[in-house]
Design a binder for this molecule. Structure first.
Ligand code: SF4
Length: 233
């Protein structure tokens, strides 16, 4: 964890955060105006979104869609079914998502947590105190911070900011966060600057991902075409 130092000038990992809210909203406005609404997260139900959040680790979304389609075809996209289906069978169904054995184990771990702690009811999960829920999710083997935050924000409409490699790259390239900032520092940076509004957090993360994919590549970023190319921050 990178040290966070706060004082009268408000210093965040060595970077001044005075007026950060305005700067982050300027970035958001610029991206939204250029790219339009993202309509995230694809999924018909909170359950589908949560399963998708676990399956999407290290794979393209098109592969996740194939795995979700198979689960639907098998009538398996339901908490009791996912909870009682043997891991091996589940792995077979989600094979298109890649790393299917590992992901089947993660799904089983998640559904065991949901059933043991929350009676298998998503509405009970959604009513949990967000900090407590996040802590619980992070305790599930195979659920990391990005997956936990995606489950909470996109699956349960709880206000937590999802960050990723795109977030780090874009905001460090613009000098708003440290190169060394880790996941938790980045998340806190956004959550301290922005009001905890689910629609804002939802759209902001989606816009960051789209910008990262289209323009802010690891090598040779396309700054000339990027909506943030000439934004003064
Ligand atoms: S592509 Fe360039 S302008 Fe766009 S976010 Fe990356 S560094 Fe900024």
């Amino acid at each position: 964890m990178v040290a966070i130092v706060k004082g009268p000038g408000v210093c965040y990992n060595g970077i001044m955060t005075r007026g950060m809210n305005k700067r982050l909203l300027a970035v958001y406005d610029r991206l939204y105006a250029a790219l339009g609404p993202s309509h995230w997260w694809p999924g018909e139900t909170p359950l589908e979104v949560m399963v998708g959040a676990i399956l999407t680790q290290n794979t393209a979304w098109t592969n996740v869609e194939k795995a979700l389609d198979r689960l639907k075809k098998e009538g398996a996209l339901a908490v009791p079914v996912l909870h009682r289906t043997p891991e091996q069978q589940l792995a077979e169904w989600i094979r298109p998502a890649g790393y299917f054995r590992v992901k089947a184990r993660r799904l089983k771990n998640f559904f065991r947590f949901l059933v043991d702690q929350y009676q298998g009811r998503i509405e009970v999960l959604a009513r949990e105190d967000p900090d407590r829920l996040r802590e619980g999710l992070l305790g599930v083997n195979g659920i990391g911070p990005e997956t936990a935050d995606s489950i909470m924000l996109y699956g349960l409409a709880l206000p937590t900011f999802v960050v990723d490699a795109y977030t780090h790259r874009i905001f460090s390239r613009h000098g708003l966060v440290s190169e060394e900032a880790d996941y938790e520092s980045l998340r806190s940076f956004f959550m301290e600057a922005l009001a905890p509004e689910v629609p804002l957090y939802n759209e902001y993360h989606a816009l960051i991902v789209r910008t990262g994919k289209q323009y802010c590549r690891p090598r040779k970023p396309r700054c000339g075409e990027c909506p943030l190319g000439n934004l003064e921050l």
